[in-house]
Design a protein around this ligand. Structure first.
Ligand code: DX5
Ligand code: ZN
Length: 218
């Protein structure tokens, strides 16, 4: 089963609650939160208070993608605020085993994220103890970027690595996924598909979510 994870980064923040209700009605499986600190990536978004407010009204799992420094300091806060899944980058976390274990010890699913320019071989060890891998198909920092074509080949190779090392690990793909390529990405091995502008740039957010969801079911 393929899961659809709308990224609220591209939502209209003035109408956030309404738009979240629309994606849930449209069949969203998870809600993806792009947390940015202006250090690891050149953009700033939101922190745990935003998750906390949404959690109270939301019955689907919250997926926090942390693009920040000092993850160990903030992981407990995001989980306390309601994150059911937390992912951290391989590039800036030197003690990745410790941080992943911290996420799991607090009861959330733990994921490792890899940027487009980072060799997949770096994941070999961490695949033994994560619940999911988030493969970036754009450089992190902004919504609305173009899908990097080589990501499909990386995804196929990652799928092979996962099958060989730890087949329970789910693969999430994030960046530039739209109506035009969502099926191709799903077929190349993605279990969870993150979509930001491919949903929220549309007038009818609910209908667009339903459309993508139906493509994944087909
Ligand atoms: C980029 C984020 C993505 C992004 C996806 O740093 O991790 O989640 O918002 O947005 P689209 O689908 O517009 O590329
Ligand atoms: Zn993301």
């Amino acid at each position: 089963m393929k899961l659809l994870a709308p990224s609220i980064l591209s939502a209209d923040f003035y109408r956030l609650g309404e738009q979240i209700e629309a994606v849930i009605k449209g069949g969203a499986d998870l809600l993806h939160f792009d947390v940015m600190d202006g250090h690891f990536v050149p953009n700033i978004t939101f922190g745990p208070v935003v998750l906390e407010s949404i959690k109270k009204h939301c019955n689907i799992p919250l997926d926090a993608h942390l693009m920040i420094e000092n993850v160990d300091k903030y992981i407990p806060e995001f989980i306390k605020a309601g994150a059911d899944m937390v992912s951290i980058h391989i590039e800036n976390n030197y003690h990745i085993h410790r941080s992943i274990e911290l996420i799991k010890s607090l009861g959330a699913k733990a994921g490792v994220v890899i940027n487009p320019g980072t060799p997949l071989s770096l994941l070999e060890e961490v695949l033994h103890y994560v619940d999911f891998v988030l493969l970036m198909s754009v450089n992190p920092g902004f919504g609305g970027q173009k899908f990097i074509p080589r990501s499909l080949e990386r995804l196929r190779r990652l799928k092979e690595m996962v099958n060989a090392i730890n087949p329970k690990v789910l693969i999430e793909v994030d960046g530039g996924i739209k109506e035009e390529n969502i099926l191709e990405v799903a077929r190349a091995g993605a279990d969870i598909l993150v979509v930001g502008s491919g949903i929220f740039a549309h007038q009818d957010v609910q209908a667009q979510t339903r459309k993508l969801k139906n493509l994944l079911i087909s």
